[in-house]
Design a protein around this ligand. Structure first.
Ligand code: ATP
Length: 226
């Protein structure tokens, strides 16, 4: 049976331990359901202020460097190949076109999950992928279940094939798995503030990626100070 692929989309501005542990945990928790996780830097995020965004190649190079010794993680640069805003809808449609027999699992932190209805065709995404949602901040699994019901009134709980996860079937065919993973309360915005305050990012960002950040310090200062 062909395995699925998990996709962790994000700005990765910069990539950090929160993203990387999330990718590892998702791969391990999904077990045989996926053969790996693609970390997919967003080229032109429709929802974020792009003024602070480092150049795509620097963010992607940092992701590449960060996952270099993890064979089941890889940086996927496909969003830069498309013009216009990097809509997840279009990305997943392209993924499905390129690999019609692969099942895609789109990984999200809970605050991003609650924003789905504001995304381009957000409520229709379950026709293209399953979701894997992890809690951030004070969000709980109970919150996700309620959020899912408010977005897809026909959503129903069902037995989960993923251990220790709640599972719901959503309108459109996709499932949502709500995992409870250890929380790492770190965000790229926090790290940008540390950098601008002249503080160390050591251990938050893998050394190989941090080296690239330091080598581009002038660009980084200019982008993050905007
Ligand atoms: P920013 O602070 O700039 O908004 P971020 O740290 O949230 O960035 P993104 O690149 O936007 O990072 O995140 C990509 C995905 O990874 C999102 O779904 C986000 O919720 C999730 N994510 C980021 N950091 C964590 C974390 N510490 N724990 C769990 N999920 C995370």
């Amino acid at each position: 049976m062909q395995k699925g692929r998990a996709i962790l989309g994000g700005s990765f501005n910069p990539p950090h331990i929160g993203h990387l542990r999330l990718a590892v945990e998702v791969f391990e928790v999904l077990g045989g359901m996926v053969d790996g996780v693609d970390l997919m830097p967003c080229a032109r995020p429709p929802h974020k202020d792009i003024a602070h965004l480092l150049p795509f190649n620097l963010r992607a190079d940092m992701v590449d460097a960060a996952v270099a010794d993890m064979p089941f993680l890889r940086c996927n640069r496909q969003e830069v190949l498309r013009d216009g805003a990097s809509y997840t809808w279009s990305t997943l449609r392209d993924c499905r076109k390129a690999a019609p027999d692969t099942t895609f699992y789109f990984v999200l932190g809970s605050p991003d999950f609650t924003l789905l209805p504001s995304w381009h065709r957000g409520n229709e995404l379950p026709s293209l992928c399953h979701f894997v949602i992890v809690p951030r901040h004070k969000d709980t699994v109970k919150d996700f279940v309620e959020t899912a019901r408010s977005f897809w009134p026909n959503a129903k709980e069902r037995p989960s094939s993923v251990p220790d996860a709640r599972c719901m079937s959503l309108t459109g065919g996709g499932l949502a798995y709500f995992l409870s993973l250890p929380r790492l309360d770190v965000s790229a915005s926090y790290l940008r503030n540390l950098w601008l305050a002249g503080r160390s990012l050591k251990y938050f960002v893998p050394e190989s990626a941090l080296r690239l950040l330091r080598e581009s310090a002038r660009i980084v200062d200019a982008s993050w100070r905007v």
